[in-house]
Ligand binder design. Sequence first.
Ligand SMILES: *Cc1c(COP(=O)(O)O)cnc(C)c1O
Length: 354
Amino acid sequence: MIAAADFNITKAEHSKLNDINLENIPFGKYFTDHMLEVDYEDGEWKVAEIKPYQPLLLSPSLAALHYGQAIFEGVKAYKDSEGNAAIFRPMDNFRRFNISAERMQMPQVPEDIFMEGMRQLVQMDSKWIPEQKDHSLYIRPFMFSSDEMIGVRPSEKYKFMIILSPTGPYYVEPMRIYVEEKYVRAVPGGIGYAKAAGNYGSAMYATAQARKIGYDQVLWTDAFEHKYVQECGTMNVFFIIGNTAITPELEQGTILAGVTRDSAIMILRDMGYQVEERALGIDEIIDAHKAGTLKEVFGTGTAATISLIKELKYKEYVMQFPIEQWTAAPALKDRMNAIRYGQEPDVYGWMYKI
Ligand SMILES: *Cc1c(COP(=O)(O)O)cnc(C)c1O
C-alpha cells in the first residue's frame, strides 16, 4: 500500500458542511470538500492529489467528449450508531472498474490509488457521512480519456478521479416497467458488462419513450429475440418464482455484474431461497404469472438497494403485483441495510472500515 506521504494533499480552507443540512438531501446534488485527481501520462500514473473540490479546466478537444472513453463506479460509505464509518465492498468495485477499463482500452488503475485514495478521501471528509437513518455517502470513482486531440484512437492521457456526495434515502416508488422489444441495451460482444458512460447515454431514449406511455423504466431484453430478460433500467433484476429466485446469468457479457446483485444472491440463499443465475424468458415469466407462482419482482443496485416492481407490461399482457404482500424483497433489503449500518454482524466480511 502507498503511504499517506505519496498522496499530495491540499486541505480546503473552509468546510462547506456548515452551509448544508444533511437531512433528506437529494441524490448526487451536493459534493464534499475534497476530491481525488490523478493523471495518467507517458504510460504511468502520476502522484495522486487530494484537494479542494473544484471545477476542471478542460480543452474542447478533450478525447472523452468526442469518443466516449469514460467509465465510472458507484460505491457507498455508511456510519453505524457509534459513528464508525465503513465502505460497502469497495474491492468489488475496484475489480469491476478495471474490467470496464480493459474493455474500453483504458489503463488499469492500481489498487493503491483506487483503494487507498478512496479510503483517505472518505476519511478526510468523513464528517460528511450522514448519521441519519437510511442516509449514506455516495462515492463516485471515474476515469476518462484526456488527450487534447480529435483523432479516433485510444487516448494516451487519462484522468482518474473520485468525488463524494452525501445522500438521503434514495427511495424509489414501486416501479411500473415496460418490457422493451425495440431498443436494446447490450449485445454479446458489446459493452453491457462494463460500467461505461455510453451505456447510460444510449439507454435514455428508450426510457423516455416508456415514460411517455406512463412507465418508469424498461426491462431490457436480448437483441436477437427480445425474449430473454437482461436488466431493469440500470438495475439488475430478480424474479421469484415459487421458492426460487432467478436472475439473468453473466456469461453472455450483456449484464452488469452488480455488487448488490451478488450480495442479494448470498443473502437470499441464506434466507432459504434457491437462487438460479440463468437465461429467463418472458414466456416463462408469463406462464408463472398465469399459474400464480410468480411471487416477487425487483431490481438491485447501489443507489436504491432494492426497488420493487409493481407492474410489468409485455405487449398487451399486463401483470400487476400485490407488493404489500411481499416478504422476500423487504426482508432482503432489511438484512442488507442492517449489515451496512452495523446493526447486524458483518458475517460476509463486506464492510471495509476506514
Ligand atoms: C451500476 C449498475 C448496476 C448495479 O450495480 P451495483 O454494483 O449493484 O450498484 C446494474 N446495472 C447497471 C447497468 C449498472 O450500471
